[in-house]
Design a protein around this ligand. Structure first.
Ligand code: AMP
Length: 447
C-alpha cells in the first residue's frame, strides 16, 4: 500500500515524501479513503499511530480543492491541550507546505492579540482548545457558521478534562447541514458514543489499536524501592544511561518541579512541564527536549498528553499513575513504529495496588527486579496480582513466577528478576472499557 493509491493530490504526496513517509500507517490506510469520500468517521487511534495525518491529509485536500470565498474558517480541529494544538498545527503545516491553507491555533494562556489578528485576516483552518475558542465565540471574534469539517482529536481526553459542556456549546454554533465530522479517540466509553450519536451522520468506524495495549517492542520493568529513596534510584538509573532521552512522569505539578530541580542540582540537565508553567515555558522545555539539548523531561500526565516525540527510547514512571489507563498513555510515547522502548516504574509499597491494576489492564507480565543497593527495607506486599482471581486480603506474596514458584523463594541476589502476572489470556476476550472518570478539575485546563 502506498500513499499514491489513497487518492491524495500530488502536492500532498510531494510533502509526504519529503517527510520520509512512504507507507501509510494502518489508521491512515483505513481512514483516508473514507474521509476523502466525505464520510463521518469514528476512529479509534492513539497518539503515535499516525492519526494526525489520517485526518489532516483528507482535510487539507478538501480545503485546498475549493477557494474560500468568505473570510470564515471552513474547518475546525478541537484538541484537549495547547501542546497538542501546536503539534497538530505543525504537522498540518508540514503536510500542506505545497498548498495554500491559511490556519491558526487558538488556545488559552497566551494573549488574544495574535489570535484576533489571524481571525480578522481570515483563515480556512482553526486548531483550537475548547475554552479559548468559547472566549472568541463569546466576543464574536470567530464565526463558525462556515465550518464544513469538524475534527475532534483525542475526544476521550477532552471529556476526561471536563470539556463536554464546552464542546456541546461549540457544536451548537456549527452548521449541521453538509458538515463532515471526524472523531478520533483512544477509547470509546459511553459519553463518547453519545456524542457521536448526537452530532454525527452515519459515521463509519475505523479502529486500529485495540484499547489499552502498548507496543510489543516495549520492555516493562518495575523496580521496587522505598518511597524515600526514589530520587536516589532515579539518579542512579539516569546516570547509568546518560545518553538516552528520558521522559520522567511524576504525579503532581509540585513533585515534577522538585524532581527537575533535584536532577539539575545533581548534574543532570532536566526540564519540567506541567500546568503551572506558562505556555512559553512549556513549549521551550519541549523544544529543548526534542532537540536533545535537555536529556530529561519531567512531566505530569496532562501536560504530556499528546506530546509526540520521535524515537523516545525510555519512559520512567517516578510515580505510578493512579488510573491504570494513564500508564498506557505514558508508555505510548515509546516503542513507536517498531523501535525498542523501555518503560521503567519505580514502585513503593503504597503503589502496589496501582501496579496490580496496570498489569490487569495490559494483560502483560512485568519484570519486577530489585536494583542492588536499593532493595526496599521491607519487601513489598504485592497481594495477589493475578487478575480474575479475588483479591486476597492481606496478601503477602510477591507475584509468582510463571512456573508457580513463590517469589519469596527468589534468589538472594538483589537483581533477580520476578514477574508480575497478567494471568491467562482468554481467547476472544473483549478488551475492558476504559474506566469512566469524572472531570479532572486539578488538571491544567487549556483553552
Ligand atoms: P501521530 O499519531 O499523528 O502523533 O503520529 C506519530 C508519529 O508518526 C509522528 O512523528 C508522525 O510524523 C509519524 N508518522 C505519521 N504517519 C507516518 C507514516 N505514514 N510514515 C512514517 N511516519 C509517520
Amino acid at each position: 500500500m502506498s500513499f499514491e493509491t489513497l487518492g491524495l493530490s500530488p502536492a500532498l504526496l510531494r510533502a509526504l515524501s519529503e517527510q520520509g513517509y512512504d507507507t501509510p500507517t494502518p489508521i491512515q490506510a483505513q481512514a483516508i479513503p473514507l474521509a476523502l469520500a466525505g464520510h463521518d468517521l469514528l476512529a479509534g487511534a492513539q497518539t503515535g499511530t499516525g492519526k494526525t495525518a489520517a485526518f489532516g491529509l483528507p482535510l487539507l485536500q478538501k480545503l485546498s480543492g475549493e477557494p474560500n470565498r468568505t473570510r470564515k474558517p471552513r474547518a475546525l480541529v478541537l484538541t484537549p491541550t495547547r501542546e497538542l494544538a501546536v503539534q497538530v498545527h505543525e504537522s498540518l503545516r508540514d503536510y500542506g507546505k505545497y498548498l495554500r491553507v491559511p490556519s491558526t491555533t487558538i488556545y488559552g494562556g497566551v494573549g488574544m492579540g495574535n489570535q484576533l489578528q489571524a481571525l480578522q485576516r481570515g483563515v480556512d483552518l482553526v486548531i483550537a482548545c475548547p475554552g479559548r475558542l468559547l472566549d472568541h465565540i463569546d466576543r464574536r471574534s470567530v464565526d463558525l457558521s462556515g465550518i464544513e469539517v469538524l475534527i475532534l482529536d483525542e475526544a476521550d481526553r477532552m471529556l476526561d478534562m471536563g470539556f463536554l459542556p464546552s464542546i456541546k456549546r461549540i457544536l451548537a454554533k456549527l452548521p449541521r447541514q453538509n458538515r463532515q465530522t471526524l472523531l478520533f479517540s483512544a477509547t470509546f466509553a459511553e459519553p463518547i458514543k453519545q456524542l457521536a450519536l448526537e452530532f454525527m451522520r452515519n459515521p463509519q468506524e475505523v479502529m486500529v489499536t485495540p484499547q489499552n495495549t502498548v507496543a510489543e517492542t516495549i520492555a516493562h520493568r518495575v523496580h521496587p524501592v522505598d518511597g524515600g529513596r526514589k530520587r536516589e534510584l532515579l539518579l542512579h538509573l539516569l546516570s547509568a544511561d546518560a545518553r538516552a532521552q528520558t521522559l520522567v512522569f511524576a504525579r503532581t505539578k509540585h513533585g515534577s518541579d522538585k524532581l527537575a530541580v533535584f536532577l539539575e542540582k545533581s548534574g543532570i540537565k532536566a526540564a519540567a512541564i506541567h500546568g503551572n508553567k506558562s505556555q512559553g515555558q512549556r513549549q521551550r522545555a519541549l523544544n529543548d527536549f526534542k532537540a536533545g539539548r535537555v536529556p530529561v523531561l519531567v512531566a505530569t500526565d496532562i501536560a504530556a498528553r499528546g506530546i509526540d516525540i520521535d524515537q523516545l527510547p525510555k519512559v520512567i514512571n517516578f510515580d505510578l499513575p493512579m488510573v491504570a489507563e494513564d500508564y498506557v498513555h505514558r508508555i505510548g510515547r515509546t516503542g513507536r513504529n517498531g523501535s525498542q522502548g523501555e518503560a521503567i516504574s519505580l514502585v513503593a509499597q503504597d503503589e502496589a495496588k496501582y501496579l496490580r491494576a496496570i498489569v490487569r489492564l495490559l494483560k502483560q507480565d512485568m519484570d519486577i527486579r530489585d536494583v542492588p543497593g536499593f532493595e526496599p527495607q521491607t519487601p513489598i506486599r504485592w497481594g495477589n496480582s493475578a487478575p480474575g482471581k479475588a483479591e486476597q486480603p492481606g496478601g503477602h506474596r510477591a507475584p509468582r513466577k510463571p512456573h508457580g514458584k513463590p517469589a519469596h523463594a527468589r534468589r538472594p541476589h538483589g537483581d533477580a528478576p520476578r514477574h508480575a502476572h497478567a494471568g491467562p489470556k482468554k481467547h476472544g476476550e473483549r478488551k475492558p472499557q476504559a474506566p469512566q472518570r469524572g472531570p479532572r478539575r486539578d488538571a491544567n485546563r487549556n483553552g
